[in-house]
Design a protein. Structure first.
Length: 365
């Protein structure tokens, strides 16, 4: 018997497993596919919301705490697994100058350096960007990015080294509840005794819990992305304009994203999104016109019914917890969310008010 079953092995489930294992628990992760191959693989890996000032204090505080954990976490994972998840302080260059009035007070409040820069400074920072159409920009130098497919791979390997059991290719079929307490999980056609379950099924969390909560608390929002086979050094910072972004990787690949589409559990890619992302990317960084597009993919972001992550116990059911609904920011918020769910399970003091993310607060009842 495992002390704790984590259902879903995306970045949220894997980091939750790490927190619980490090606290001494015996942990099993169950994923119906290979771990880390859904939204956590499909994302861009920017370790900040692209417009951080648009979010609530709860999300800003959770992001702040999480961002501070990344350097230590990546160093630990690299040392233990040999997988370098490429944590790079590439900063964000934002061209939406109408955001300045909201961005600067937010930066001041959260001690996040944000500089308003003119065209000459933009050219110095990113000479290859087509900056003539921008008089000014916002430069946020302290933001990191991570190579998320490698992050989830490293997390999976590290967890196995720590003795976490990972069951892949099998779905959760039932959570057995007796006298208002979890007693068992059914995975495929096997049954496991357990007293603590954390549901971290990303966009599928609403479906997985629907029969217990009688409501879909999380829904999928599709995001499409394209990848250019570009040259190293052509761009060194993340560039944001009009809701889209470019992310340069260390080996020269450039990601361009992303769409935000409410189309259910449909992961198809579309020719419209391809054209839109290509036009955005080559307009902002004309050098990309000469680069091949290597890949086009989509992922399903988990959006909770109030756009705030749900990091919570299920009221009146002992031993059932939810860590989900991180929408566009799950890679950013994973370390803090994992710590908070550990605090909830242990009943220990937390670095934030746990009530901010509780199901009571977010459920549409
Ligand atoms: C295009 C795009 C760009 C993004 N860019 C960023 C970014 O730059 N920065 C950032 O912070 N965030 C970004 N995100 C958001 C981020 O990727 C997500 O918030 C995050 O990955 C959610 O993690 P998760 O573990 O909750 O979900 P997932 O990674 O989707 O994991 C859920 C897991 O649950 C499993 N599962 C589902 N149902 C069952 C079941 N019944 N039984 C067992 N297992 C099950 C699935 O197989 C899956 O592995 C982006 C997302 C997309 C799509």
């Amino acid at each position: 018997m495992s002390d704790c079953f984590i259902i879903g092995g995306g970045v949220i489930g894997l980091m939750t497993a790490l927190e619980l294992r490090e606290s001494g628990a015996d942990v099993t992760v169950v994923d119906r596919g290979p771990v880390g191959q859904e939204s956590s693989w499909a994302g861009g890996g920017i370790l900040s919301p692209i417009y951080p000032w648009r979010y609530s204090d709860a999300i800003s505080d959770l992001a702040n705490w999480s961002q501070r954990q990344y350097p230590g976490l990546i160093a630990k994972l690299t040392a233990s697994t040999g997988i370098d998840a490429e944590l790079i302080r590439s900063g964000i260059l934002n061209f939406d100058s109408d955001e300045i009035t909201r961005a600067l007070p937010w930066g001041h409040k959260y001690k996040c350096e944000i500089n308003v820069i003119d065209q000459t400074e933009i050219r110095n920072l990113a000479p290859a960007l087509y900056s003539d159409s921008f008089d000014s920009g916002l430069w946020i130098p302290g933001i990191f990015q991570v190579r998320n497919p490698r992050l989830v791979k490293a997390l999976g390997k590290h967890l196995q080294e720590l003795g976490v059991r990972i069951i892949e290719g099998e779905s959760l079929t039932n959570i057995r509840i007796v006298n208002d307490a979890v007693t068992e999980v059914e995975v495929g056609n096997r049954e496991f005794d357990c007293r603590t379950v954390v549901v971290a099924c990303g966009a599928w969390t609403g479906e997985v819990l629907e029969s217990i909560l009688h409501d879909r608390i999380v829904k999928p929002i599709r995001g499409q992305m394209i990848l250019f086979d570009s040259q190293p050094g052509v761009l060194s910072s993340v560039a944001v304009a009009g809701g889209n972004y470019l992310i340069p990787r260390a080996d020269g690949l450039t990601l361009a994203g992303s769409t935000v589409e409410d189309v259910g559990f449909n992961k198809d890619t579309t020719t419209e999104a391809f054209a839109e992302l290509k036009s955005f990317a080559t307009g902002l960084l004309p050098a990309l016109k000469k680069s091949d597009i290597k890949k086009h993919w989509s992922g399903l972001r988990p959006q909770s019914i109030t756009e705030c992550p749900i990091i919570s116990g299920v009221p009146e059911i002992q031993g059932l917890f939810i860590n989900s609904g991180h929408f566009r920011n799950g890679l950013t918020l994973a370390p803090g969310s994992a710590r908070l769910i550990r605090n909830l399970i242990e009943g220990s003091d937390a670095f934030m008010d746990l009530a901010l993310f509780s199901l009571d607060r977010t459920a549409k009842v």
